[in-house]
Design a protein. Structure first.
Length: 274
């Protein structure tokens, strides 16, 4: 059984508030009192390495190093999807429960490896954006001529009334199933019943709504930022803390009223509640 019933994920942009050991202890102790475990993640490490300012990067990596000394980094989102797939094959459709992680070796992080991480992340984000930008041109043209084709005024309405319906979701999930090396037809019903795959589907959907569907496009949440919500599927009680307004907006749309005991908090709200 997990040591705690709750999990807390803190976005890397909040690490600037955790620079001192005193503040790190205060936050982790307060979370533990409420039965939450603070877990650093592989995404935290990637985002820390991307900082082009060497002094800032060193400070953020120092915070991550301190947090990872207590608990290893949670793995990459793709690894969670693979674990969920394995769980489905084994007949399990609940939370993944206790999970190991990656050991952080800051002594092996070099300027060259940070530049490589930045380039890789930029390539993924560019591909993610270009895919949605291309779709936006055709969809917006259709909406202008046939507005009744897109009656959704909020992300939750879009997710529930369109994105998660069988005609829309099945093709995406089948493609993802094959991309993980699985043969045959994807067990769609079992996938959407599993918290990890359900969350993945919703994250893809909120990205499509904000980047493709809405007329006045907001500043969107980035690819890796959204993927952090997959970590919330590891425990029944879960919190994501961020200082990023686009991520807060998108995560709120996904979580509120749709995932029990799950919430996203801006740092100021979270800090004042400790």
């Amino acid at each position: 059984m997990p040591e705690h019933t709750g999990i807390a994920i803190i976005d890397t942009n909040c690490f600037k508030y955790l620079r001192t050991p005193h503040e790190q202890r205060r936050v982790t102790a307060s979370l533990a009192t409420a039965d939450f475990e603070l877990r650093p993640t592989a995404i935290n490490a990637l985002e820390a390495m991307q900082n082009p300012n060497q002094d800032q990067r060193t400070r953020v990596l120092g915070v991550l190093d301190a947090l990872a000394a207590v608990k290893p980094l949670l793995p990459w989102p793709r690894d969670l999807l693979q674990r969920a797939t394995d769980a489905i094959s084994g007949g399990c459709h609940d939370f993944l429960g206790p999970i190991g992680g990656l050991r952080l070796r800051t002594d092996r992080i070099t300027t060259k490896s940070c530049a490589a991480a930045l380039a890789w992340s930029h390539t993924l984000e560019k591909t993610f954006s270009e895919y949605h930008d291309a779709a936006r041109k055709s969809i917006q043209a259709l909406i202008r001529t046939k507005p009744e084709q897109a009656p959704w005024d909020t992300a939750p309405t879009f997710l529930d009334a369109f994105w998660t319906t069988p005609s829309q979701r099945d093709t995406l999930l089948q493609s993802c199933w094959k991309s993980l090396g699985n043969a045959g037809q994807a067990p769609i019903d079992k996938m959407i019943a599993h918290p990890v795959w359900r969350m993945f589907l919703d994250l893809e959907g909120v990205a499509v709504f904000e980047r493709v569907i809405v007329h006045e496009q907001p500043r969107p949440a980035h690819h890796w930022d959204l993927r952090q919500l997959l970590y919330l599927t590891l425990r029944p009680r879960r919190i994501l803390v961020t200082d990023d307004k686009p991520l807060f907006r998108a995560a709120t749309a996904v979580l509120d009223g749709r995932y029990t005991q799950a919430q996203v908090l801006m740092w100021d709200h979270f800090r004042s509640s400790l």
